[in-house]
Design a protein around this ligand. Structure first.
Ligand code: HEC
Length: 189
């Protein structure tokens, strides 16, 4: 037993077992007191000072979500066939649509929309709509998130939605060799 240990040796003894009384390490004391101080502020804020309850936080998040949803649902009313024609008939807009497609859709729908995780978009078979430009545009906005098709109205601008719909339409009847086309899904129109 060295000098330091002698100084901190406590004077009780049980069955020959004795105990040192070293000072607690500072990191431990800091967490201990820090925890108590934090708890005082935490409890005061949430219980005595009207900090938001779980219910309140839920309502705030739901409200924010509703406003995002409202914004993208508004795009559903945007479809104007003459404007869509402009995108469909303009080489540059189709290239723009292709870029939007490659960045956002190709991962699931494959090159030239041959189909992979998502269906082939170049045949005459559709699962949720009748194949018109307007319905295509609207379906891309709402998607079908439960089945893995994101709601693109949330992330793409009006122009991007027009451009990508026009690009997808321009692929109608595309002859797929590599990658091969996925078998048709849905009803034929
Ligand atoms: C994360 C994967 C994924 C991405 C990314 C994705 N899709 Fe889809 N898409 C799907 C799946 C899966 C379906 C089929 C949904 C179902 O079975 O209900 C689908 C369905 C569709 C349909 C309907 C096809 C039909 O036969 O009715 C269209 C149109 C479509 N996607 C277009 C797009 C466009 C345009 C983009 C890019 C802006 C895109 N998708 C990005 C997975 C994806």
């Amino acid at each position: 037993m060295n000098e330091e240990e002698k100084n901190v040796l406590m004077d009780h003894e049980y069955d020959g077992i004795q105990e040192f009384d070293f000072q607690l390490p500072n990191w431990w004391l800091a967490t201990f007191w820090g925890g108590i101080i934090f708890a005082v502020f935490y409890i005061s804020y949430f219980i005595f000072m009207n900090g938001p309850s779980l219910k309140h936080e839920y309502y705030m998040e739901a409200k924010e979500l509703r406003s995002i949803q409202k914004k993208y649902m508004a795009k559903l009313k945007d479809f104007k066939s003459n404007e869509f024609e402009k995108f469909r008939n303009d080489e540059n807009m189709l290239l723009y649509g292709q870029a939007v497609y490659e960045n956002n859709c190709q991962a699931c729908h494959n090159q030239n929309a041959a189909g992979d995780i998502g269906p082939n978009l170049t045949d005459n078979h559709w699962m949720y709509f009748d194949g018109t430009s307007e319905e295509l545009f609207k379906f891309i906005i709402t998607g079908n998130p439960d089945a893995g098709m994101p709601a693109w109205g949330r992330n793409l601008s009006r122009e991007e939605l027009y451009a990508v719909s026009a690009f997808v339409e321009s692929l109608k009847g595309f002859e797929h060799n590599d990658p091969p086309a996925k078998e048709p899904q849905g009803d034929e129109y």
